[in-house]
Design a protein around this ligand. Structure first.
Ligand code: ADP
Ligand code: MG
Length: 258
């Protein structure tokens, strides 16, 4: 039984997709960037989104998290109908759907712990002591329990990115979105961040990640989505997709990155 199947079997209601995107269209002025994107994600799945620069990967993730208005189609994520006025609550969406970017944007004047507890105490109004417990738990999850009192500048880039992931986890998201979180890191620091993501996936987290780390995607992702010219050009279970590419574009892409 695969991890996704096991997760679905453990939770009866989890046999429904947790993310369902249909016919998503997004334009910036006259430029159509997403042209009918459809896919769905089951709970516990890791989906890797790959494709050339400019194919719409980041825009698609931003739409899922309600950071962009959309011009057509529907997005349903963790029960939120994103993009449809009145049917989703931004604050609730932000805690249900975590997002981590290439730039980690930690506050330099705050400790690691305070970077993590900030949203918990200010937005969620949790008592400081409770927030601290959460911070220590998520720091432990990313292997940085001993860095709670450190300042960001005292950490490596890989450690800072792990803090950014921990900060997102602190809000107890049901789905995590990652946009090229290792692109700014040296190879040895990339490995430790990929390890954290692999552990998260093994723990049952539903994740969608845009990545250039094709080896990682092939090894760990359950499903791969290849985006090309604002469309889902090719998608399927990872092993099948790489074993039998259906389109010349995907074949070329794989050839260019391996
Ligand atoms: P990817 O992440 O695959 O590299 P993006 O989603 O960043 O692709 O970009 C897709 C296209 O949308 C590109 O042509 C890009 O220039 C354009 N684009 C992205 N964001 C904006 C924006 N805020 N305003 C105008 N054009 C944008
Ligand atoms: Mg991008």
């Amino acid at each position: 039984m695969s991890r996704a199947d096991a997760a679905a079997a453990a939770m009866p209601e989890a046999s429904q997709p947790i993310v369902r995107v249909t016919g998503l269209e997004k334009s910036f002025g006259p430029l159509k960037v997403l042209d009918g994107v459809s896919f769905s994600v089951m709970p516990g799945q890791m989906v890797a989104v790959v494709g050339r620069s400019g194919s719409g990967k980041s825009t698609m993730l931003r739409c899922l998290n309600g950071l962009e208005d959309i011009q057509g189609g529907t997005i349903e994520i963790c029960g939120h109908q994103v993009g449809r006025p009145g049917s989703w609550n931004k604050a609730q969406l932000r805690s249900d759907v975590g997002m981590v970017f290439q730039s980690y944007n930690l506050f330099p004047h705050l400790t690691v712990e305070r970077n993590i507890t900030l949203a918990l105490t200010l937005v969620q109004k949790k008592p400081r002591a409770e927030a601290r417990q959460v911070a220590l738990r998520v720091l432990d999850q990313v292997g940085l329990a001993e860095k709670a009192a450190a300042y960001p500048e005292q950490l490596s880039g890989g450690q800072q990115q792990r803090v950014a992931i921990a900060r997102s986890l602190a809000l107890s998201p049901q789905v995590m979105l990652f946009d090229e979180v290792t692109s700014a890191l040296d190879p040895e620091l990339t490995v430790e961040v990929l390890k954290v993501m692999e552990d998260l996936s093994k723990g049952g987290m539903t994740m969608i990640l845009v990545t250039h780390e094709m080896g990682f995607a092939r090894r760990v992702a359950h499903t791969v989505i290849f985006m090309h010219q604002g469309r889902v050009w090719e998608t399927g279970p990872t092993a099948e997709l790489f074993a039998r590419p259906q389109t010349a574009e995907f074949q070329q892409f794989v050839g260019s990155v391996l």
